[in-house]
Design a protein around this ligand. Structure first.
Ligand code: F0G
Length: 437
């Protein structure tokens, strides 16, 4: 069977050619996904091949996404692939973080090591490649920051014009700066993420611009490989839990799909449980999971959180995410701004660091172990989605004790580490260091 697009809705499952420019099912409006036949090689053969490619200097083999190309076979011509050598992100143990989270051990898969500093690169390499294959000239997205930085880099590296829409005043400079540097036409709109997404879809359709938000099924294919790489790095030993932050829920959808497919193809014999963590002021998926009627999601009209990457009130991928969390017997938890800030400082003290949205994972783990949902001896992989330098003003404000929530509530610098000012005198500085370090 060649690669096709399929409607995700169980009652529809309509199929479309992989080369059709579609973001939703034309019949029922459902989300779309890429589907494939079985690969020619067995799981054991592919495990060996994928491992061997780590020794290769070929650009696609050096990519932590395209190395697994038999797992995402939507391109018939690999010369369309656009790569900045994404993926290849490390598994980093965090001893202090494990202790803080109530676990015996904890490993972070740090997607902040990607070329533009977030997991978005895993998906964007595929989205941009599909744009090339379709002969597109311009690509667009709405973003709270990371998607725009990533899309700008991948589009520009392929000679496509990136057009970015961002909520005015609601994105960190570290992210905006990247979009500008990578040559994106950047439009700030006075509206929130969800409102701008609707706007961009209309503009993109009118002008024939290819949309690269996470509703784009090819981005999901690329993000799937995060799970393949994580398992490959663990010699295919399945963890008990994979913990990740939830915003628009593209990653949740991608991880669930990837893990299910790896199981169906015989790479693994069981699924890890997904634990999706949302910020309390922006937790529509948490509400959905905890309501009796899961047939529709009630959007949060005014989402609030300093973790801007997950400040999303109406996540488009919720039907897929609901299916994946349920199938994996997973959970959805929510955490406060204070919990996110403290967890972030703990991850920092492990020498790892991440952006606020990523730290929701550790805050969530702490809650899940406290409630007994997650056992202390569980084998847990938490996904750090973005780089520590993405939101440096948040870090400085936290450590100096001046961080406040959007509504002005102070965040306590429980683990604050402010810089000190001393005079130019070696005796005074020596005295200070003698008592403090
Ligand atoms: N973590 C980071 C660092 C992100 O940038 C995002 C999403 C998420 C988590 C949430 O992931 O949407 O797959 O549930 N950022 C988007 C953006 C919305 O515009 O960059 P999700």
């Amino acid at each position: 069977m060649p690669a096709e697009l399929a409607c995700f809705e169980e009652r529809c499952r309509a199929r479309f050619p992989i080369t059709e420019v579609l973001y939703n099912c034309p019949h029922c409006g459902g989300l779309l996904e890429a589907v494939y036949g079985k690969p020619a090689q067995s799981a054991e053969e592919l495990k060996k091949l994928w491992r061997e490619r780590r020794m290769s200097n070929a650009p696609l083999d050096q990519s932590g996404v395209w190395r697994y190309r038999e797992f995402i076979p939507f391109l018939d011509d690999l010369s369309h692939a656009v790569t900045l050598r994404e993926g290849c992100t490390p598994l980093l143990p965090g001893r202090l973080a494990a202790e803080y989270g109530g676990l015996d051990a904890l490993v972070f898969k740090h997607q902040g090591f990607n070329p533009t500093g977030s997991f978005k690169d895993n998906g964007m390499t595929c989205g941009a490649s599909q744009a090339m294959r379709l002969g597109m000239k311009r690509v667009a997205c709405v973003s709270t920051g990371n998607t725009s930085a990533s899309m700008a880099a991948y589009a520009s590296s392929a000679g496509l014009q990136p057009v970015i829409f961002i909520p005015h005043g609601n994105i960190s400079f570290g992210k905006l700066a990247q979009a500008l540097e990578y040559g994106a036409k950047t439009i700030q709109v006075d509206a929130n993420f969800d409102q701008i997404l609707a706007l961009v879809r209309e503009v993109a359709e009118r002008l024939g611009i290819y949309l690269l938000n996470s509703i784009n099924p090819f981005r999901i294919e690329g993000q799937k490989t995060i799970m393949a790489e994580m398992l490959d790095q663990r010699d295919w030993k399945v963890p008990d839990w994979v913990v990740l932050p939830g915003g628009n829920l593209g990653n949740t959808s991608a991880f669930g799909k990837g893990l299910r497919e790896l199981k169906a193809l015989g790479f693994i014999d069981r699924l890890p449980r997904l634990a999706v963590i949302q910020a309390e002021g922006s937790a529509p998926f948490y509400d959905l999971m905890h309501s009796a009627d899961r047939s529709h999601l009630t959007p949060v009209g005014h989402p609030e959180t300093l973790a801007t990457a997950i400040k999303i009130g109406d996540p488009v991928s919720w039907p897929k995410a609901l299916f994946e969390v349920t199938t994996s017997e997973g959970v959805v938890e929510k955490v406060t701004e204070q919990e996110i800030a403290d967890a972030k400082a703990v991850i920092g003290r492990c020498g790892i660091g991440c952006e606020p949205a990523s730290a929701a994972t550790l805050a969530g783990i702490r809650k899940l172990t406290a409630s007994g949902e997650m056992r202390a001896d569980s084998d847990v992989v938490a996904i750090l989605t973005g780089n520590v330098l993405k939101d440096s003003s948040y870090i400085h404000e936290y450590h100096t004790g001046v961080l406040t929530t959007g509504s002005g509530m102070p965040i306590v610098a429980s683990l604050g580490n402010p810089p000190v000012v001393l005079c130019n005198d070696s005796a005074i500085i020596a005295d200070y260091l003698r008592v403090t370090v």
